[in-house]
Design a protein around this ligand. Structure first.
Ligand SMILES: [Zn+2]
Length: 420
């Protein structure tokens, strides 16, 4: 049985399981529509508008796929990519004004209509006028379904950040090009994206409970490893040479890596960010941007149970959304991945990360700690100049050919490469 067939099968199963009509069952409360622009305090605007789950028991037609009559095989539309999902109380239902604006493609101006078929912009211009979380299933002009996780506005245009439930590719799409219905996390839990997200919420050291939360290795058998480097706030010089050396010495380009960015690191390193983007444009690097929080709270010497994101007073919503906003305004595009600062959190934070549609990533090969990678490992380094011991270990392993190659795209944590 080919992998392509399996993916088509997964899609079909998803349709069958999806109680498509249910998302329509609730009337929307337009009064709840407020632009939550990251300025509020500690209240989580997404959670404050969680749809009730009670309607899930009614009006369900498990075989009704009329909402999405034509689903293409996942890779038939290679430009459609990612999508994270939001979970139970993670999602915000689309409000009335939102829904009206996407109700019909007839209203789309000619120029915009053409762009509904892609290519989709790799980045958005200007500052974001609003940025907030949503949770919806959307169908584009191509009749391919993906999941919307964020709503954003820039230069008078409204976009959704969507993720493809099989490939985990994310993209910016004009809101007017999509037909969306609000939905909850459990409605796509049987997709590869949903399964990865749910799995990421359940793993971790149950005894210590706060360390190395999230996925630490691939969920599918894979040759090679997943190279990730963290960019926690730092005043030390960026590890530019180390990345350049990998590019120079690797046999295959682009080098695929995940960079776990903090908002503050981005803010203080615009030149380094531009350099990384240039390498991408040159086809030497392919980066998945992993949310690593905005301020990356840390206090030296303080117990882990009260440190990092567990520090009293930390607003997780702001940490997540401000970091993504910073990335987008600098020309990047968020992925569906998140890494806890210090790899430290707890079960409650983990659930909220899932609510925001993010898959938590830990590591089983933190090189500075002497852990060795094997096939499928998430490798952890720091590229912010704070951990030279990690790169020394990397060099030793590299020379000994003990780093499993090739470096894989993070999205392959969930599904095997279609090249194999
Ligand atoms: Zn960090």
């Amino acid at each position: 049985m080919s992998w392509g067939f399996l993916k088509v099968l997964a899609f079909v199963l998803w349709i069958l399981i999806l109680p498509a009509q249910l998302v329509l069952a609730q009337s929307e409360d337009s009064s709840s529509h407020q632009p939550s622009q990251l300025t509020q305090g500690r209240q989580n605007p997404i959670q404050s508008r969680l749809p009730s789950t009670s309607h899930l028991a009614t009006n369900s037609s498990p075989t009704d796929a009329s909402m999405f009559p034509r689903l293409n095989p996942p890779h038939a539309n290679s430009h459609f990519g990612l999508l994270p999902q939001a979970h139970g109380h993670g999602g915000e239902r689309l409000s009335q004004p939102h829904r009206r604006s996407i109700a019909t493609t007839e209203s789309i101006r000619g120029q915009e209509q053409a762009s509904c078929f892609g290519p989709f912009p790799p980045s958005l211009p200007g500052r974001l006028e609003s940025y907030r979380g949503v949770s919806a299933i959307c169908e584009g002009a191509d009749h391919v379904r993906r999941i919307a996780l964020r709503s954003l506005e820039t230069q008078g245009r409204r976009y959704l950040l969507t993720v493809h439930p099989v490939t985990l590719t994310t993209q910016f799409e004009l809101e007017a090009c999509l037909r969306c219905q609000s939905a909850m996390r459990n409605m796509w839990r049987n997709t590869p994206y949903g399964q990865a997200l749910e799995t990421s919420l359940s793993v971790g050291d149950r005894h210590q409970g706060r360390l190395n939360l999230g996925l630490t290795r691939s969920l599918v058998a894979v040759r090679g490893s997943f190279l990730t480097a963290d960019l926690c706030p730092s005043r030390a010089p960026f590890d530019r040479e180390a990345i350049q050396r990998i590019i120079n010495e690797a046999g295959q380009l682009p080098i695929r890596m995940g960079l776990a960015y903090s908002g503050l690191w981005l803010q203080r390193h615009p030149n380094e960010f531009r350099w990384l983007r240039l390498l991408e444009l040159q086809g030497r690097l392919q980066i998945e941007w992993i949310n690593h929080s905005y301020s990356h709270p840390y206090r030296r010497g303080v117990d882990l149970r009260e440190n990092f994101l567990l520090t009293e007073g930390v607003d997780l919503y702001r940490e997540i959304f401000l970091a993504e906003k910073q990335l987008i305004e600098m020309g990047g595009r968020p992925s569906v991945f998140f890494r806890f600062p210090g790899l430290v959190g707890d079960a409650q934070l983990l659930q909220r990360i899932g609510d925001y549609g993010l898959i938590a990533l830990g590591s089983e090969a933190w090189l500075a700690k002497g852990q060795r990678p094997r096939d499928g490992s998430l490798i952890l380094l720091h590229a912010n100049g704070n951990e030279p011991a990690g790169w020394r270990a990397f060099d030793r392993l590299w020379r000994a050919q003990a780093i499993p190659l090739p470096f894989r795209d993070l999205r392959e944590l969930v599904h095997p490469s279609h090249n194999e």
